[in-house]
Design a protein around this ligand. Sequence first.
Ligand code: IVH
Length: 723
Amino acid sequence: MSHADKESQMNADGQNGVGATQTTTATTAVAADMAEVNTRIEELRQQIREAEHAYFVLDNPLLSDAQFDALVRELRSLEEAYPELITPDSPTQRVSGEASSIFSKFRHPTPMLSLANVRTPDELRAWQQRAQRQLPHATFDYVCEPKIDGLSMNLIYEHGRLIYGITRGDGAIGEDVTPNVRTIKDIPHQLHASEQYPVPDRIEIRGEIYMLRENFEALNARLEEEATKAGTTPRLFANARNSAAGSLRQKDPQVTASRPLSFLAYQIGLIEGAAEPESQEDVLRHLQAWGFPVSPLARHVQTLEEAQAYCDERQAQRFDVPYDIDGAVIKINARWQQQELGVVARDPRWAIAYKFAPVETNTKLLDIVITVGRTGALIPNARLQPVQLGGITVSNATLFNFDEVARKDLRIGDTVVVQRHGDVIPGIVKAIPELRDGTEQPWTPPTECPVCHAPVLREDGVVAYCTNAQCPAQRLERVRHFVSKGAMDIRGLGSEIVARLIDAGLVHDVADIYSLTEEQLLALPGFQKKSASNLLTSIANSKRRPFPAVLFALGIRYVGEKAAEIIAEGFRSMEAVLAATPDQIAALQGIGPTVAESLHQWGEQQTNRDLIARLVAAGLQLSLPDGPATTVSPENAPFAGQTFLLTGSLAELTRGQAEQAIVALGGKIAPSVTKSLSHLIVGEAAGSKLEKAEKLNVPIHDEAWLVERLREHNAMPAERKRL
Ligand code: IVH
């Protein structure tokens, strides 16, 4: 039932003059309704909080802006209809819908104003005429500036020292992000004083925090790489503005410090203990003298025609600037005129934003293709008929997730509007249904994985996953991750070769890498004796990689490089990790419940425990040097409860390899022959132990028996004894 339906039903119940029993029924119905609404409200709040946390704290947007807005809208309308259900901690109760409660609120000493917009020369002229009517005898000159698409910042300096950095918020109250602001190189901690430009006692400096397009692209590339390594779906910033905002609003200033943010100053708020600059031109001179970057594109002009020409020029050269600008700002220059003109609502009458039309064009949606990541996340991507847009050729657009496709009702063959706000990856704004000719094909999200045909699971409601851990696409991604640089760092095992090994049936999982032989490699196209032996050497070398790298290499969802390090340090061995409860894992500093739960679930699966056993058998480091050696959990291991003793010299394995493999499968090495010994393994020239075992009726086996058992459990070391 929609919200509107509920309301009309409630009104009808109230107006019908119902009798006692009916009233009870109606009240019960309303109460049931309320309970249902409350559940929905709580669900929405939870989703919004998670999305905000993902966006602002983890920097990994879970939802598109449109999806997020839809949740907030639904929550608002429910709360409007049922105000008694509003709680103080609801996301709607925060100032101006600004997310995140991790920063404290701060009232700006003087309000931060915004700007009215115009979009056409006529509207610009109308703005000027209004000002002229108010000051009929004045002659205006103007300062024209680019309108930088970032986030506005209020910097408060006392006696030249930076004291606070406050976000705009709702203009009256912002958030205190001072420690983060201090990490931005363009922002001086101390104002530069000079004779002509002395430092005021107290001053508010206003400007824009933004990110250069190339830095934004590099950041997204880095986030993508990190997400791939951590086994999470890369969730990237849609544009430089979001990326600047997300980078500034970090809990940990060190994260902000690692983000390349820039700053341009353009305005002064309060000023105490120094003369106020006489014009906007003078403001910019002061800002520059105090040590702030100001826009080199700012221009002082005498007439409105020149201001209009400036706007046209900015629009034409929009993509030639290394950061995103979404318009021009025209400011009446003289301070006294500004003061006379004053402010309406929040907008000064003396300044106006001339907004650019968004760059958009139409093209055809040729196809929607799905990519499958290592963790099985299915991401839809739009293939577009290539089209020129703002200086680049656009042929792809990300569609985020299945819901986004459904929401926009995109059909294959549709004419779609693609838009670019300076974004690198353009967005599909909408389809144009009027241009359909009936041949368009609706797109149904796959219910099975396009690669392995396993069923798809919509785990968190939005992102869809392939449920088959053996999916070739996932398998390929897992092996690629395993051999990658921060992980096992196996040189010479590039994606191409991994794919070939998988196709040839030589590698099903990462442990198989350690049983590859020279003959097998030589049988593959492209391998020579030298390249095969080089590869085997780097595979063998990878066994020296420390435990944290191995843990990371396993590609467990959410267990990134950093988390793997913390977990390895905390538990010292894989055995201890596998024995830990989620709470014990989450108790580690820096590890959250999501990571802990994911790791625990991974360890619960027998195939994964078997995999660990085989990696141990292959000789990988699954503990830190002083940690207990890793075996598989005793109750499930194939050799659990059995004791072994080796005697004589073995042919195929070294004593160490054999013992390690036995231990890995849960067996124990006995110190001597006793009646309770489960197996004596005899090699060449066995002596007294054999005699004793025969006497005590202990089962006796040759090496071949052991090798066969180890093979059976995939625990045969890859590197055999060197003869
Ligand atoms: S002046 C009266 N100058 O645009 C002072 N704002 O829509 C108002 N902006 O919140 C600001 N570049 O974040 C001004 N050169 C510029 C600007 C600029 C970008 C932003 C600023 C402001 C918003 C108003």
